[in-house]
Design a protein. Sequence first.
Length: 272
Amino acid sequence: MSDTDRAQIALFDRAAWRAHRDRAARVGAVDFLHVETADRLLDRLDFLGPMFPAVLDLGARDGALAARLAARPGTECVVGAEPSLTFLSRAAGRRVAADPEYVPFRDASFDLIASVLALHWTADLPGALVQLRRALKPGGLLLAAMFGGQTLVELRTALFEAELAEEGGVSPRVSPAIELSDAAGLLQRAGFAMPVGDAETITVAYPDLLALMRDLRGMGETNALAQRRRGGLRRATLARAASIYAERFAEPQGGVRATFDVLFLTGRASPA
């Protein structure tokens, strides 16, 4: 294994990420963003061709998307793959405990792989895309939604400036993500035909920074970087971040905004 490979693998703490999803499932997951993104993903699927008999839902959470995929005409089998055992225990149908970084399926297993807000947690996205392409049957379709590079730009700004001012340095707190300009190229590198990347921005209003952070916790989207500083924010740093957020990113009607940059990746496995 090369040093580059080790650095990629060390980007995320996989155990912490699974624990965050388990915690979200236990407390009643905040799922409005996943539901909205799934709606937009299914709208795209309606335009992308014929029926898909064998389907994989990658990052299935509680199985809500899998159930909707199973109800589509022509669907014969849907498998939900999810790293959180707590989420899996609440899902129906065929389920597999699996991390999107390590796809445990034979080549040419699925006609469709759908994924909602899971692939941004892969340290080696090109490698994950190669695994997904291999798991598709010839002509099969990948349709995935993931957070892009402009997600939570307001939170990143507030935390960066607050830590710098209060502590004289910064620690990694928000995960890196790809930009739209890189999406189609990554699909092409992974061997997909007809690669397409597009993006939509979902803006959510919150009363304040603390409300946003509570929702991120409920989504299972809190910091799981391997190099993160353990422990919470210092009280003074959190107060400074909340002040910066309220000053810089206030909404006209009150409260603050949070931006979620959602990238949609579409590609097909080459026909045999």
